[in-house]
Design a protein. Structure first.
Length: 572
């Protein structure tokens, strides 16, 4: 049984399940250096991606489209070839507590001139299915709570087992976009036009707040205004029922809340205000989750899956894990809409077989394309031991191998790798990535040694929890230590067959340090490099390594020796 999941709107992607095994998930932004959050506007994309994997549309048993905005159903305006097409889809949220798997059946999915029937489920259903079906809980046939918090909905709690998923309640009446909206009123991303949806600022704010500190008096102001603007105006049905209300109305309410906040917090440093707002939301989330667990007790293991765009907030994930409420907390590497095509396919599987586990790998994205490198670049054989020696000389390297990773985090398949020991390496990497200097650079570390360097240092293969760098290591690895001492750690098993694991072993053997800097390899504002040529054309790093070959810019002069110089910057 082959099920093709399709996500048409932002973070557009195509995924294929075959007999409960994920064959691939290709995000549109990771093809052809496309912009971040790229949509799928033409269904010919389905033909192209299936063709890349040796398949045709007639090889697919079921097509499933991820749901989107709408109370009862959604509508998509797309093209098939040159012809415009309108498709029906599931709503954003299920319409009844037991209706997570209620389908919208459609006809007229025209691909390559042929018309196919299709199914669609709610957008939130896709998040539930993608998180639970890829979790260790599904693999162990254990139930789990599932928290879904997207930009335009309140945080929603579900209970999932093989037999189905049931909505329990919304935790509180604040949409996820509130976090990004705060940045439109305070700090470096402040803007004059407020009523907008912003997909990129939330992660930047999570880095910026390390410049400040939460203050109880500011948190108290947010708490008071929350009670005035949300709790006093919301009935239980408004935010605990299955619906979401109107997203634009919810966003307008958020902006009224912040208008009042600006008046009350005039003169306060923006970094402290934003750090305080983060703490306010974190406390609210933890408090209401605890209350919900008391209200909805279930026997057996107390597990939690987290998905939706807010699942990318590593500090909130860690706060929920640290409550002690849950035996385990799982966040997939694609908690945001980058996993929605997988979720659509898993929803169809759940409708027929129940919520069961799938066999999957995080490295199931597009394979590296073959492409000639541009003039001025020379190629030479380079073993992983040789590459480790180059990195030890403070030379950053674009590291490209195999299939791209799923989701928005570079996890060693499409990464810029560098030594963590240089105090200027973080500034270099932020400069070449056109990022602010307060942005952190993540460490990628051998799993067995992570606890000695980080607290807690527990396994974190997808870079989705917060860790503190232990004091005795901060001077050793300054490039991966954030301003508040934290690190967005990725751990890799020493026994992994992935080449980035073998590189870490070689670097540890040479230097005694079991970790490297890791940031995404991409043009600014675009998806991962699809081939070596793209990295060479970008040219901001003088060395590109791919599967045993080192490509070096012959015209590049690389300063070395003085740690005050930036290593590895291209001058051509």
């Amino acid at each position: 049984m082959r099920i093709c999941g399709i996500k048409l709107t932002h973070d557009g992607s195509i995924a294929l399940l075959e007999d409960r095994r994920l064959i691939f998930s290709v995000e549109q932004e990771k093809r052809d250096n496309n912009p971040r959050y790229q949509t799928i506007d033409n269904l010919d994309t389905v033909i192209d991606i299936l063709g890349d994997h040796g398949l045709k549309t007639e090889d697919i048993d079921q097509f499933v489209i991820d749901g989107w905005d709408g109370e009862a159903e959604s509508h998509f305006n797309v093209s098939s070839g040159q012809a415009p097409l309108v498709l029906r889809g599931g709503p954003y949220v299920e319409r009844r507590p037991d209706g997570v798997l209620d389908p919208v059946e459609g006809t007229g999915l025209v691909i390559g001139g042929e018309s196919f029937p299709y199914t669609s489920f709610s957008h939130v259903t896709g998040h539930i299915a993608s998180a639970y079906c890829t979790s260790p809980f599904a693999a162990a046939a254990e139930p789990a709570y599932c928290l879904i918090w997207d930009g335009c909905i309140f945080p929603r709690l579900y209970y999932v087992d093989r037999g189905g998923a049931r909505f329990l309640q919304s935790l509180f009446p604040i949409i996820g976009q509130a976090y990004a909206a705060a940045g439109h009123y305070f700090g470096p991303y402040k803007r004059s036009s407020q009523l907008t949806w912003d997909l990129g600022v939330a992660g930047k704010l999570m880095a910026f707040i390390a410049l400040g500190s939460p203050h109880e008096d500011v948190i108290s102001v947010f708490q008071e205004l929350y009670e005035q603007h949300f709790l006093s105006r919301a009935s239980t049905d408004d935010y605990c029922g299955p619906g979401t209300g109107d997203p634009d109305t919810s966003l307008a309410s958020i902006h009224k809340f912040f208008d009042a906040s600006v008046a009350r917090l005039a003169g306060k440093p923006a970094e402290d205000v934003l750090a305080s707002f983060h703490s306010f939301l974190e406390r609210l989330l933890v408090r209401e989750m605890g209350a919900a667990m008391l209200r909805h007790p279930y026997p057996g293991p107390q597990n939690l899956c987290i998905a939706g765009g807010c699942g990318l907030n590593i500090k909130w994930n860690s706060a929920l894990r640290n409550t002690g409420l849950f035996a385990q907390v799982f966040v997939p590497p694609f908690p945001n809409d980058s996993g929605s095509a997988i979720g659509a396919a898993c929803s169809a599987m759940a409708a027929s077989d129940g919520f069961v586990s799938i066999d999957w790998s995080v490295y199931s994205g597009p394979v590296l394309r073959d492409a000639d490198v541009p003039p001025g670049w020379k190629a030479a054989p380079c073993s992983l031991a040789d590459l480790a020696a180059l990195l030890a000389k403070n030379e950053p390297v674009v590291f490209l191998t195999g299939h791209a990773e799923l989701g928005p985090r570079a996890l060693g398949g499409r990464s810029i790798i560098a030594s963590p020991t240089s105090p200027v390496m973080k500034d270099l990497l932020n400069d070449i990535k056109l990022r602010e200097h307060f942005r952190p650079v993540a460490p990628i570390c051998l799993e067995d040694r992570a606890p000695e360097i980080f607290d807690p240092g527990t396994p974190d293969p997808y870079m989705l929890f917060d860790h503190q760098t232990r004091a005795n290591w901060r001077r050793e690895i300054p490039a991966v230590v954030h301003l508040d001492g934290s690190a967005r750690l990725q751990t890799v098993s020493r026994s992994s067959t992935h080449l980035v694991a073998q590189l870490l072993v070689e670097y540890e053997s040479l230097t005694g340090i079991p970790l490297l800097c890791n940031t995404s390899a991409n043009h600014h504002g675009r998806g991962f490099f699809p081939d070596v040529r793209s990295a060479c054309d970008w040219g901001k790093v003088a060395n590109v390594w791919s599967d045993g070959t080192l490509f070096s810019n012959e015209r590049n002069e690389r300063p070395r020796g003085d740690e005050g110089e930036y290593p590895g910057t291209a001058t051509a």
